[in-house]
Design a protein around this ligand. Structure first.
Ligand code: MLC
Ligand code: AMP
Length: 524
């Protein structure tokens, strides 16, 4: 936070943020944040308390974030696509003392309160015009004197908790400190040569590390301008670049959409060409999209790798000619990396070429989370001796030292559209259906989404497979975020198992990818 405050004071009149047609200078943003922090402290919130935020990207969300930091509170953003049960889990698990909610998310919060009525007592800070209840406060009114002394801030205090799916059903709170975020982001600013006259077109969600830790913190620490978008829309990104945006960070699905857009509006490829830097992360960027984007716009997308727990970990170099499609580059300064085999020995062999290591990526360094919130066992399992974090990602390292992500140690973690999904979570929801005896949820390779979710189910008795598929998709739609829904359901007699009876999801994935098993994808 100290680094952020310093950055705010370097060029106070420079534009920090543009959102919905309004601009805020650095000094205005700091004043708003200080007012809000003083207001939060006036509510009696103690340093270290968690404040949940369930709101679509808007200037108020950044004021809430910065105000919480200044008051020594921990920011807990909630995925705005979440439904009731997913929200209940985060509010309970984090022990949130308050929730900030906007109009667009009010219904989802109400769903959560129906499931867990005790959450009705959780005090709310409202963004927008949402109907207020006794005791609720409007964000604009949670204000104090910006000159008041604020919390005593220390870099090693928790600042941010991001919930992310794991191999078990429930998501875990990844707890970061001011120091882990600031240091990782400082490395990025240096490596990617971000400049104070850059403007970041930010269309990523603000509840994951890609948009929040890297995007928001990176831009503000460097004194840049954030062009905040309420969500991703290809035409709006083009417009923001036409107005002077110089950097765009996206997930691969967004590049697909940008490519489709310039296929329809070829002139917009020229506009995109005027930006300075395009980066991609959170999922593998298909080499074909890298090449098509370069051919159309002249930009070689800079691909990076990271995760909620490790932030900014591997990156291609800044020099465009050194950005290699299909590779995530090298360790970011401040990170040490290892490639270990199943026996936890270094530099396991097995890469594409002789002598190339292939194994799990372990990392240690500046951006690592402190812990999984309230789960010391999971934290202990995630770290090996010496503070090495087990990423669960399988990588190869070529002779130049470049890394490629080639898989994951668990098939139960799926990435679709850049969102992480726990197969187990979805399986639990589907298994609740009375007609289902067994279920296996898998991610099938897909050029648009990275992985597409398919559920294979064994019914208890003879059923109409289309009706069953429809019912299961509807069940997921009712209970989980839309991106977690199965896109198709394969109704099968048995799931593939080995001689010991162990489920073989890889066999299922291969059969689905090869078209040997045709799932049902009934329209809704
Ligand atoms: C949505 N749809 C999907 C889908 N998601 N279909 C298949 N697979 C999916 N995963 C469908 C919807 O059902 C809907 O269909 C249609 O697509 C539009 O839905 P939407 O919800 O409006 O989608 P959209 O907003 O267009 O979302 C696409 C997106 C979004 C790319 C903008 O996925 C996104 O914001 N992704 C970014 C996630 C992110 O920030 N990840 C970073 C994690 S941090 P219909 O039929 O109803 O029209 C991280 C670490 C790090 O990974 O270091 O980077
Ligand atoms: P999350 O938990 O949402 O932070 O997701 C982190 C995961 O996204 C990593 O563990 C990887 O599996 C995946 N990931 C991130 N960046 C890349 C990339 N550039 N290529 C392939 N996978 C990636």
């Amino acid at each position: 936070m100290h680094a952020l405050l310093r950055a705010f004071r370097e060029r106070p009149s420079h534009t920090a943020l543009r959102a919905s047609g309004t601009s805020w200078s650095y000094s205005q943003l700091e004043t708003e944040a200080r007012r809000h922090a003083a207001g939060l402290m006036g509510l009696g919130l103690e340093p270290g308390a968690r404040v949940a935020v369930l709101a679509t990207p808007a200037a108020e969300v950044l004021v809430a974030l910065l105000g919480q930091y200044l008051a020594g509170l921990v920011h807990v953003p909630i995925n705005t696509r979440y439904r009731g049960r997913e929200i209940v889990h985060i509010l309970r698990d984090s022990g949130a003392a308050y929730i900030v909610v906007d109009d667009a998310c009010a219904d989802a919060l109400e769903e959560a309160c129906v499931i867990a009525p005790e959450l009705r007592a959780l005090p709310r800070i409202l963004i927008g015009d949402a109907a207020s209840r006794a005791g609720d406060r409007r964000l604009a009114e949670v204000q104090g004197d910006p000159g008041d002394a604020l919390a005593d801030l220390r870099d090693e205090d928790l600042s941010l908790m991001i919930y992310t799916s794991g191999t078990t059903g429930a998501s875990k709170g990844v707890a970061h400190t001011h120091a882990s975020v600031t240091r990782a982001v400082a490395a990025l600013i240096e490596l990617w040569r971000w400049r104070a006259d850059d403007a970041l077109v930010l269309a990523l969600p603000l509840f994951h590390v890609h948009g929040l830790a890297i995007g928001v913190h990176g831009a503000l620490l460097r004194g840049m301008t954030i062009e905040l978008q309420p969500g991703f829309d290809a035409a709006a990104v083009v417009d923001a670049i036409a107005r002077g945006g110089t950097i765009f960070m996206g997930v691969p699905t967004m590049y697909r959409r940008l490519l489709e857009h310039i296929g329809r509006v070829p002139g917009d490829a020229v506009v995109l060409g005027r930006a300075r830097l395009f980066t991609s992360g959170s999922a593998a960027l298909p080499a074909v999209d890298f090449e098509r984007f370069a051919a159309r716009t002249g930009h070689r997308i800079l691909e990076r790798y990271g995760m909620s727990e490790t932030l900014f970990t591997l990156s291609n170099p800044y020099a465009p000619e050194e950005r290699v499609p299909g590779s995530v580059g090298f360790a970011v300064p401040g990170f040490e990396v290892r490639v270990v085999d199943e026996d936890e020995r270094d530099d396991a062999t097995g890469g594409a070429r002789a002598g190339e290591p292939r194994g799990e990526l372990w990392v240690r360094g500046v951006g690592l989370m402190r812990e999984y919130w309230g789960d010391p066992d999971a934290t202990a399992r995630a770290f090996a001796d010496g503070g090495w974090f087990r990423t669960g990602d399988i990588v190869t390292r070529d002779q130049d030292g470049r890394f490629r992500i080639v898989g994951r140690s668990s098939v139960d973690i799926i990435k679709s559209g850049g969102f992480k999904i726990s197969a187990r979570e979805l399986e639990e929801v589907l298994l609740d259906h009375e007609d289902i005896a067994e279920v296996a949820v898998v991610g099938v390779p897909d050029l648009e989404w990275g992985q597409r979710i398919v559920a294979a189910v064994v019914p208890r008795a003879a059923v109409d497979p289309d009706a069953l598929a429809r019912a299961l998709i509807e069940r997921a739609r009712q209970q989980l975020a839309a991106y977690k829904q199965p896109r198709a359901v394969a109704v099968v007699d048995a799931l593939p198992r080995n001689a010991l009876g162990k489920l073989q999801k890889h066999v299922l994935i291969d059969a689905l990818a090869a078209g040997e098993l045709t799932p049902r994808a009934p329209g809704r």
